[in-house]
Design a protein around this ligand. Sequence first.
Ligand SMILES: *[C@@H]1O[C@H](CO)[C@@H](O)[C@H](O)[C@H]1NC(C)=O
Ligand SMILES: *[C@@H]1O[C@H](CO)[C@@H](O)[C@H](O)[C@H]1NC(C)=O
Ligand SMILES: [Mg+2]
Length: 259
Amino acid sequence: MKLLLLFFLIATSTISVSASNIPNQIHPLRPQSGAAGHRIPGINCLSWRLAVETDNIRDWDVVPATCENYVGHYMLGHQYRKDCDAAAAAAYEYAKSLKLKGDGKDAWVFDIDETSLSNLPYYALPENAFGAKEYNETSFQEWELKGIAPPVPATLYLYKNLLRLGYKIVFLSGKKENLRAITEKNMKNSGYHTWEKLILKQSDDSGLTALAYKSKRRTALVKAGYRILGNMGDQWSDILGLNVGNRTFKLPNPMFYIA
Ligand SMILES: *[C@@H]1O[C@H](CO)[C@@H](O)[C@H](O)[C@H]1NC(C)=O
Ligand SMILES: *[C@@H]1O[C@H](CO)[C@@H](O)[C@H](O)[C@H]1NC(C)=O
Ligand SMILES: [Mg+2]
């Protein structure tokens, strides 16, 4: 009986190559891992994450409640790290392909949160639910003030190689200036021991969106003579706008959206 069924499956899969049968072919091949949410009508969490990463879904507020588990597994499992590694590897290939002028103006811009440093220990707390709960500014700032965010390993690896290649590193963050001391301490303890500039949000930036603020700061860098050859961030607002750089690299972040 089993053999007959096996034969039947093989037979159908070999004969039905026509386009009209493709859904029937895909269904039995659908991988189970990463398919969380497929039973919930309307939300497939992998599709949701892909749409978020490609900026098809924008201005979303929280992770859909039915995807909390999926996002948690993604972030804590191997896939998030591998996705970051793939972005960093592509960035490194590009970075080392360029011939730098070496006049101290070959710049590479990195965002900080969820790019250089990871706030995953905070987001993994039950009350934060990997972004499936409303953002709590008070508790997030309490976490930031601890200054114990670990590095994103892929970014730290890229950072070290960029320094070796002679790039000037600029960290451009939406964190506020009053967090400078703890942020610099956290960065150094995490392995980011030097930089050209570490730019934080000033009081006169408070009305700006992240996209406008980062555009403004990058434009100032270009006016100061820097060539922004590369730019890496976890938000689209890090890599869209003015003077984004010759190439941009997007790290995954399915936990929150910043316009
Ligand atoms: C936000 O965090 C603060 C500090 O941890 C806590 O006291 C407060 O209850 C939280 N607010 C919500 C709405 O969960
Ligand atoms: C970077 O972009 C600028 C402006 O488009 C261009 O002039 C320059 O040649 C580019 N540099 C590299 C290394 O691609
Ligand atoms: Mg960020």
